[in-house]
Design a binder for this molecule. Structure first.
Ligand SMILES: Nc1ncnc2c1ncn2[C@@H]1O[C@H](COP(=O)(O)OP(=O)(O)O)[C@@H](O)[C@H]1O
Ligand SMILES: [Mg+2]
Length: 277
């Protein structure tokens, strides 16, 4: 069920012109609007990614459908998209929300960490899982994540840290360009999906390092796909239903190719896995 937007906290940077909004469920969400400047399909891509990443056990923010009412938009004219010189309000209705970890007034979330801290984060292997995911989904973008300091036990399932231990946690965000964004096609290049800091891949010695995510994808259940599709608000797909079904059929077929796609990233201009011989 959607949650209602209550208050604008701030606008975010980035091509989708997302807005950080407080919602009626008590959480804050980075919201991408249906009529965002990238494309309506970006929301479908984000939604599917969120479901799949969660199923695969890769850290990612909870997703929600955030509803903008006519009253909210009338009371918050600063919530708008800037298209050239033209201001465009978001559509009334349902949009994609990516949950902000904690309270934006008290918790700092970083887009980047210095290498020295990055390499100590508790769930660093999630970047290996994310690469398997990105290769499968044909993410035409490089990998993006956010980072924050928190109690590890609360954010990392299965963490062996003791109850109060604090540390940095990564969450995978911005999956708008899976399926090559609005094009809904698979473009496989060696470098796509890679994170821009090579340190996250330093320990990779072979395909076995991409487990358990690799096996989970090769055997990815069709039911998880069906469930994710059923939960997409119909207006996000409006007229695209058949095209999307064809795309998902191709996605299913690609499962078996994912190990090859990972290996192929070694044949780019720079080998991201220097320890893999
Ligand atoms: N769940 C989240 N929690 C905190 N910050 C987020 C979250 N999702 C996105 N952001 C922030 O918002 C910015 C824009 O979101 P992003 O998904 O990257 O959109 P774009 O497609 O416009 O690049 C990100 O660079 C990041 O700083
Ligand atoms: Mg981004």
């Amino acid at each position: 069920m959607p949650t209602d937007a209550r208050r604008l906290i701030r606008k975010m940077r980035g091509g989708a012109q997302a807005h950080l909004l407080e919602a009626a469920d008590g959480h804050a969400y980075v919201v991408k609007f249906l009529n965002n400047p990238q494309h309506r399909r970006i929301l479908v891509n984000e939604w599917i990614s969120s479901t799949f990443l969660s199923y695969l056990g890769i850290s990612t923010p909870a997703a929600a459908i955030v509803r903008l009412s006519e009253e909210f938009l009338a009371a918050n004219p600063e919530v708008h998209l800037q298209l050239g010189t033209h201001r465009q309000p978001p559509d009334v209705g349902w949009h994609f929300g990516s949950r902000f970890p904690g309270d934006p007034a008290r918790n700092v979330v970083y887009d980047f960490l210095p290498d020295s801290i990055l390499e100590t984060i508790e769930n660093l292997p999630d970047f290996l899982g994310a690469l398997v995911f990105d290769k499968w989904m044909g993410n035409a973008d490089s990998r993006q994540a956010v980072f924050f300091r928190a109690r590890l036990k609360e954010w990392i399932p299965g963490s062996e840290a003791h109850g109060l231990k604090m540390g940095f946690v990564a969450q995978m965000i911005d999956n708008g360009y899976i399926f090559n964004g609005p094009h809904w096609a698979f473009t496989d290049s060696a470098i796509q999906g890679l994170y821009f800091r090579p340190g996250v891949y330093r320990e990779v010695r072979g395909l076995a390092d991409f487990e358990p995510w690799l096996s989970r994808i090769v055997h990815f259940p069709e039911e998880v796909i069906d469930q994710a599709v059923k939960a997409i608000p119909p207006i996000w797909l409006d007229g695209d239903e058949e095209t999307f079904d064809v795309l998902l059929a191709r996605l299913l077929k690609r499962r078996a190719r994912v190990p090859d796609l990972i290996e192929a990233s070694r044949r780019g201009l720079v080998n991201p896995f220097p320890s893999w011989r």
